[in-house]
Design a protein around this ligand. Structure first.
Ligand code: BES
Ligand code: MN
Length: 453
């Protein structure tokens, strides 16, 4: 179990309502950033705060010595919005601990995971006065809104941020006590579509039948985005999609996160998705089209006989290598243009994008990461998976810093990230702290073997 001080500091970290997308929380976001900087300074790192057009970026450095590898640990202190608030068992920014489980927004994504790395560094510095590698920590406040200011920051600071490898704990373990190494992430393209019919809401009795209903049009267009096998039916959507590798299909079939576990976690009456793939394959390695929000017309109590003027929906498309998010946005625009009837106007606003990521799990420092996981869970073989979520900056680390990323998730599949009642086991603070120590040791050892600096 973590020390009382460590646990209390983690709970303090969770008390900031650092919701990056909501400008009414700006002050809390900035205070949270400053809290992170002070914590990193207190454990003996040189910690600086960098303002951006959005939220601050916190950078910290350990002592750097020639001849040892440089590791950049990335995390984010911002969190997702908390709605629907009524479904929370407690206030989302008033963390509570019950039966060893912490509940609060950000508990897993990403405050618990990044804080456990900070604890690992703190312990190593306390015991040994130094780390086995040159360390950079980069903790930002805009991951949940697509990291719009991070790529320019990486470019501007690329010499200071030069590193041999990046490590991130912002993904999930396949199951409790099951070491998990993630070697791929899906990408993302977001768009918002508004369908406008009449220039004001109409009486549905006086005009219904003569004027087309934008909600019906939108529903038809959404329905047309999938075919009967639940493949995405947008022209060109699969053009760059590569088949899954046969070793992954085989390995994933043996993992515990199959239909039964997914049914339990999600509470859905049945699973359903693209024909020809298992549920895990669909999440890890197949692209999707999702409606994230939809709205039109009267939503209040009872009936209102209205023919709404507009209908809108927010979409995200999860992408796999080598789908280009910008191309996908164009494909979506073309679909609406081609299929919308002349009775409505369509407005499409692209949102944030993120590239997918895929590496060989045994290349580079991948083997060192797997060794660290084996030390963390003796006798267990790490699961090698791709994850369905997106961490936009991972592609930027590759293109700007030329560094691969090791994704070592510490949250559980049922942690409720982005949902009400997000959780993180208290024991995973120690788990992450130990992972941090083993990982830095294994990278240092591998760095020596390969003669990297
Ligand atoms: N930690 C998640 C990403 C994640 C979760 C990856 C689980 C793999 C498994 C991250 O904080 C996140 O939610 N990212 C957003 C990015 C988006 C807003 C650009 C996502 O995936 O929706
Ligand atoms: Mn998230």
């Amino acid at each position: 179990m973590p020390t009382e001080t460590a646990l209390n500091q983690y709970l303090d970290f969770l008390r900031f309502s650092s919701i990056s997308t909501d400008s009414t929380h700006k002050e809390q976001v900035v205070e949270c950033a400053e809290w992170v900087r002070q914590k990193l300074a207190a454990i003996g790192l040189e910690a600086t705060r960098h303002e951006t057009p959005g939220h601050p970026i916190i950078l910290a450095r350990g002592s750097h010595k020639a001849g040892r590898p440089t590791v950049l640990i990335y995390g984010h202190y911002d969190v997702q919005p908390v709605d629907p608030l009524a479904l929370w068992h407690r206030s989302p920014f008033n963390p509570g601990v019950h039966d060893g489980i912490v509940t609060a927004r950000g508990a897993s994504d990403n405050k618990g995971q990044i804080f456990s790395h900070i604890l690992g560094v703190e312990q190593a510095l306390k015991e040994k006065g130094d780390l086995p590698v040159n360390l950079i920590m980069l903790i930002e406040g805009e991951e949940e809104i697509g990291s719009p200011n991070l790529a320019p920051f990486l470019l501007a600071h690329r010499e200071e941020l030069a590193c041999d490898v990046v490590a991130i704990s912002d993904t999930a373990m396949i199951a409790p006590n099951h070491p998990t190494f993630t070697y791929g992430l899906r990408g993302l393209a977001a768009v918002e579509v508004t369908v406008t019919g009449p220039d004001h809401d109409l009486h549905s009795g006086l005009f219904g039948g003569a004027v087309e209903n934008p909600a019906t049009v939108l529903a038809r267009l959404i329905a047309g985005m999938h075919d009967k096998n639940l493949k995405v039916a947008l022209d060109g959507f699969y053009k760059e999609v590569k088949p899954l590798q046969s070793w992954e299909r085989k390995a994933w079939k043996r993992l515990p996160l199959q239909e039964r576990a997914l049914l339990k976690i999600t509470g859905a009456p049945a699973l359903r998705g693209e024909k020809g793939f298992t549920a895990l394959e669909r999440i890890c390695a197949r692209p999707t089209a999702e409606v994230n929000g939809i709205g039109s017309g009267y939503q209040g109590e009872g009936t209102k006989t209205v023919l709404p003027s507009t209908a809108s929906a927010k979409f995200t498309f999860r992408l796999v290598p080598d789908q280009d998010p910008k191309k996908i946005v164009r494909i979506v625009q073309a679909y609406f243009k081609k299929n919308a009837p002349p009775s409505v106007k369509i407005n499409i606003v692209p949102g944030h994008c993120g590239e997918s990521y895929l590496v060989d799990p045994n290349a580079g420092f991948g083997a060192a990461a797997q060794k660290a996981l084996k030390r963390l869970f003796p006798g267990k073989k790490p699961a090698l998976i791709r994850e369905g979520g997106t961490i936009p900056v991972v592609a930027d680390f590759k293109s700007i810093l030329k560094a691969d990323t090791l994704l070592l998730g510490l949250c559980l599949p049922d942690c409720n990230a982005h949902s009400p009642n997000e959780t993180f086991p208290v024991a995973h603070l120690d788990l992450g702290a130990n992972l941090n120590r083993y990982l830095l040791e294994e990278i240092a050892a591998a760095g020596k073997e390969t003669g990297r600096k």
